[in-house]
Design a protein around this ligand. Structure first.
Ligand code: COA
Length: 243
């Protein structure tokens, strides 16, 4: 187990576990967490031993209650923030991790909490989860990719309703709109995420990465370009397997 200030990192049998670890602040996302996340994601990306990763939150109450509100007034100026973001674009890195990522969600999943979950490929929620995007109430807009990843996941109408009117939604509703893949009792959450992770880890790692790439990159392209991408990946995989 490797400890960062705000995250715990563990690796076992090809599965990486990343735990948001500020339970006293409901795992709110702060600048230190951004830096820790950047380091861990970079390590995961370059580590062939990691076949799949699970993201979860410490404590009973929350996966993540959004951006750390106590840093609102002390955050760097927009110019500095833009520079830091350019040099350390944690969200672009998150969305470019080649291995599958699974989010195990419980309790409050708000703002950046939803955005972190949306950077993952598969989302499992416990029955007690509550989802909300409070940014516009605070006079800001999501800055962790949410304006792009939410509509790509739940469709434009539902995404705009969540972003503009901030109705908090239950795990059940999150399942109905396609925000999460599955809802399970809280004491089965990690087990459910691990079952999927183990199944993925038992498959051919290159095939798994290529399948993820085909879907994720393909969705940003036209159907014709996506089909070309698939064709290229099929040939590359075939060539690799023939070696
Ligand atoms: N940033 C910083 N600290 C946060 C936080 C956040 N986003 N969310 C919760 N906390 C802290 C609280 O300040 C409190 O700290 P304290 O014990 O030192 O007072 C602790 O976490 C527990 O939160 P609390 O508000 O007591 O729990 P609750 O169950 O009564 O309410 C929420 C939970 C999520 C409804 C409430 O904490 C909340 O509204 N948080 C802000 C959500 C938000 O707007 N996030 C920003 C999205 S952009």
């Amino acid at each position: 187990m490797t400890d960062f200030d705000t995250l715990l990192y563990e690796k076992q049998d090809g599965i990486a576990y990343v735990t948001l670890n500020r339970p006293e602040a409901l795992n709110a996302y702060n600048i230190q967490m951004r830096d820790d996340l950047y380091q861990i994601l970079s390590a995961i990306k370059d580590d062939d031993e990691v076949l799949v990763a699970i993201f979860k939150g410490a404590g009973k109450k929350a996966f993540c209650a959004g951006a750390d509100l106590s840093e609102f007034l002390s955050a760097p100026s927009p110019v500095v923030a833009r520079q830091v973001r350019f040099e350390r674009d944690v969200w672009r890195l998150f969305l470019n991790i080649p291995q599958p990522l699974i989010a195990a969600l419980h309790g409050y999943v708000l703002g950046s909490g939803i955005e972190i979950a949306l950077c993952c490929d598969i989302r499992i929620a416990s029955e007690d989860s509550q989802f909300g995007m409070p940014e516009v109430d605070l006079g800001i807009i999501p800055a962790a990719g949410g304006t792009q990843t939410l509509p790509r996941t739940v469709g434009q109408g539902k995404a705009l309703e969540m972003l503009l009117a901030n109705p908090w939604i239950s795990a059940e509703e999150a399942y109905h709109i396609g925000l999460v893949n599955r809802v399970v009792p809280i004491d089965e959450l990690l087990k459910a995420a691990e079952e999927i992770a183990k199944k993925i880890a038992s498959c051919n790692p290159t095939a798994v990465r290529y399948a993820k790439q085909a879907v994720v990159r393909g969705l940003d392209q036209s159907l014709a370009e996506g089909l070309d991408l698939e064709k290229r990946l099929v040939s590359q995989l075939r060539a690799l397997r023939a070696k």
